[in-house]
Design a protein around this ligand. Structure first.
Ligand SMILES: Cc1ncc(COP(=O)(O)O)c(C=O)c1O
Length: 457
């Protein structure tokens, strides 16, 4: 086995990293080589121990060691390590998981299809709704509406649905027919004097504008995360979801809710849909479905969509869609064990019990000269850094203030993510305890102090 520095050199030379500054990586090598994890702590190759303040990528709900999940995976690997789900074939674990998930899901879901990633769940949604509309004699009903800064994945269609311009640039994307409405970032985007309710009405008006611009009969769906994650942990303002849903209902628009991050407890309920009273027509989930221990996602939907897909399959012979690893037995076994653990430890109850301390710890950072806004729910918080609090003026992007906080946090033993423009997304594993929250918040304040000193000099 090569030494760690040789491995870092191999990584810099041969391993291509997504969402990474490629030149910086090739020249300086990896930020850190993570070698182990326990609880909410991760260990890097230099022996440093960091608190994971971002749950890996929002997925490691149960932290980094879990003997039960490891045993469940081992048992499944030893019994049936792979089984296809094409051609009507199945295996016991995925059948049980499908039944369990549709019962847990928000709304009246009755069907589940599995993929390996959130992106594939989004692509499956897009294809299924296009196919459904063809079955219904509405082949032109193809437009998808989503929000700027929303994130639904990175495949060609899912990134078109996503509202992240830097993921479209240079790829010739988005595809046609993916329209955008405003992002509900009240703090940065409200007009002086505008209340949250007034701002929410403006957001709903913009949704209606986009619907009318496209024509309601051309719209396949509106898709949204209950709370935007990749957009920077943007908590919906007061009155936002009731107003948005009223517009959707008025124009008969299908509502897809992406629970990939919010699902399984992040917002203090099993689903973000529960936290904000959403009434989805379809739901996607991933990440905490397997606690991040295995790549697996699910798209959950109602019987009427299944019937439309069935009508197409009657004509063609099959549902012409699927992935080799759909409903993988090891993923399904891990998901079943994960859901058992969530129930047994009452994970949602735990999130609620530590959430107040977490949020008040974050809110206390408002006294820091760099922090303009703190908004969160459950164990999910966005912290906005600003150059001037009174005018909410952002920093010059060239100063990379968010990146500096992220780097100083790393040096102080806290892994966090900064999302442009200079917004810190703080979402630790859902099993984190109060002492660990306090320690993480202390380290974050230290990173803010370090950054402040940088900027002063
Ligand atoms: C809300 C949301 N949906 C979908 C995705 C895409 O999931 P994946 O990276 O597994 O393709 C992500 C990824 O972070 C996400 O945050």
């Amino acid at each position: 086995m090569s030494t760690d520095s040789e491995l870092a050199a191999l990584d810099a030379r041969h391993h291509v990293h997504g969402q990474t500054d490629l030149r910086h990586h090739a020249e300086h090598g990896p930020t850190a080589m993570t070698v182990a994890g326990k609880g909410v702590w991760i260990t890097t190759e230099d022996g440093r121990e960091l608190i994971d303040g971002f749950s890996g990528l929002g997925c490691t709900s149960l932290g980094y060691d879990n003997a039960r999940i490891a045993d469940a995976a081992h048992a499944q690997l030893s019994t049936l390590p792979y089984a296809p789900t094409f051609y009507g074939r199945t295996h016991p674990t995925v059948a049980a998981l499908a039944g369990r998930l549709v019962n847990l899901a928000p709304g009246e879901m009755s069907r589940a299809i599995f993929q390996c990633s959130g992106s594939e769940a989004t692509d499956t949604l897009i294809k299924f709704l296009w196919a459904r509309n063809t079955a219904r004699g509405e082949p032109d009903r193809r437009v998808f509406i989503s929000r700027w800064r929303g994130y639904y994945g990175n495949t060609v269609a899912s990134v078109s649905l996503s509202g992240q311009p830097h993921m479209h640039a240079k790829f010739g994307l988005p595809l046609d027919g993916f329209m955008k409405t405003e992002t509900p970032n009240y703090y940065l985007n409200h007009i002086d004097g505008e209340t949250e309710e007034e701002f929410s009405q403006r957001m709903a008006d913009d949704l209606e504008r986009v619907i009318l611009e496209s024509g309601p009969d051309k719209i396949a769906a509106f898709a949204a995360e209950p709370m935007q994650s990749g957009g920077g942990a943007i908590k919906p303002p007061e009155g936002y979801w009731p107003r948005m849903q009223a517009v959707l209902r008025e124009h008969g628009i299908h509502f897809h809710v992406d629970e990939v991050v919010c699902g399984f407890g992040r917002t203090g309920n099993r689903w973000g849909s529960e936290t904000w009273g959403l009434e989805p027509d379809t739901v996607s989930c991933a990440k905490a479905l397997t606690a991040g221990f295995f790549p697996m996602s699910a798209l959950l939907f109602k019987e009427d969509l299944y019937e439309d897909l069935q009508a197409n399959a009657d004509e063609i012979g099959v549902l012409g869609h699927g992935f080799t690893y759909s409903g993988h037995p090891v993923g399904a076994a891990i998901a079943m064990e994960t859901l058992d653990i969530y129930d047994e430890i009452d994970l949602v109850g735990h999130v609620r019990s530590v959430s107040e301390g977490f949020l008040s710890g974050c809110e206390a950072l408002l006294d820091h000269p760099l922090v303009g806004d703190v908004r969160g729910v459950g164990l999910f918080c966005g912290i906005q850094l600003v150059d001037d609090k009174a005018s909410r003026r952002l920093f010059d992007p060239a100063l990379k203030v968010g990146q500096r906080v992220q780097d100083h946090a790393h040096d102080r033993g806290l892994y966090l993510r900064a999302i442009a423009p200079d917004r810190i997304s703080f979402m630790p594993p859902l099993i984190i305890n109060s002492e660990e929250i306090e320690e993480a918040t202390r380290r974050l304040r230290g990173a803010l102090d370090d950054t402040w000193k940088d900027l002063q000099s």
